[in-house]
Design a protein around this ligand. Sequence first.
Ligand code: PA5
Length: 440
Amino acid sequence: MIKLDISNVLTEEIGQNGLSISEVESEAKKAISLLTQKPYKELEFINLPFQDLIKTKEYGKKARDYEYIIILGIGGSALGPRVLLESLKPFNNLINKNKVFIYDNVDPATLKHVIEIIDLKSTLINVISKSGSTAETLASFLIFWKMIKNRKLDVREHFIFTTDPEKGNLRIIAEEYEIPTLEIPKNVVGRYSVLTPVGLFIAEAIGLKSEEILEGAKEISERAFKENLNENPMAYLASCLYLMDTLKKRKVLVFLPYSDRLKTLSEWFCQLWGESLGKQGKGTTPYPSLGTTDQHSQLQLWMEGPEDKIILFVSVDSHGFQEEIPEEFNYIEGLKYLGGHTLEELINTEQLATEMALNLNKKPNLKIVLPKINSYYIGQIFQFLQVVTSMAGLLYNINPFNQPGVELGKRLTYGAMGKRGFETEGEEVKKYLKKKRFLI
Ligand code: PA5
């Protein structure tokens, strides 16, 4: 089980910037009680570790026959797969037979490079969209669909859709053209979908075992409703983050893993936290970070800048590689002290030193400890953070599963791009553009 250290948010450690253990525990109990009432059907993500994997594994196995796999999806439909790829198969495209490209941002230059690299004949395109209506994903889909058709290739062999089990544009096309599909359960929303075929299909395709990922997550699902606080670290973390915002005005949450393989976990978490909690004037701003790199970039700001941050470290006990630093130049103290230690010792010592420095400066910080990075613990940290985020949403008394604030931008895009039914928005965009004053 991954561990949580909350000592550096308590008053014993950081004085008046901290919280008392009784207030943390009282709010943690509240979080568990709110979760137990299951007020949202979207909490179904907690049951995902118990899903049937037969179809995901079967399609994942077939996908291994392709040299290239392209994922078309964005937000919750891209970030989870990216974490799995980069944490569990780092440098996959340089090392392994199956190359994976996650094309999310509709940047035409990126698309050009991907198209130049792949061989369409040996490419499987996994279009991932829960709604089946996301403009970016559908635009990229149309481009690849046309390319496959132009090459007279069979669309049934080059596409697989991961989408809603019943509705949406992808479902309509899948039925008409007999495209293989994988289902995202009806009540699971994008940013909580990594433990569905959204993440598990690509995991299988790159040779991971999805049951191991789910095994780690299962431990969290089983503990999420436990009233005994000693068994429910998720409730402690939700409580600490919530109270640090509401009582101590810590409005910026720095997510700081000490491992390159967890860099994209920062991006995934920031989407989860930001899109789930930023509502009705509530929520805190997640900041994706990386240790040790950001010690040489942001640490100065965290130590002496505005008193508005809380740091959430993620450290890794065993990185799995023991590169020893050579004992050379022993006559120069600046190099001598490094010799004989390992890189793992250095990265973990830097984490500890940074945490202590913040602590001595009375800056609140928390730490999640992963014993190692493998399928089990990656599954576990996904589910851990998803449970923490939903508990925090319940404490804030907001719905952590919707995203009403992103609708307006989507409607204006539809209007500007000429989608029927959005003519008024199209006119609004024209008027807006006329009002602009550029300085040259
Ligand atoms: O969390 C969410 O719901 C969003 O971030 C979605 O994942 C994102 O907008 C993509 O949506 P869809 O999967 O419907 O294409």
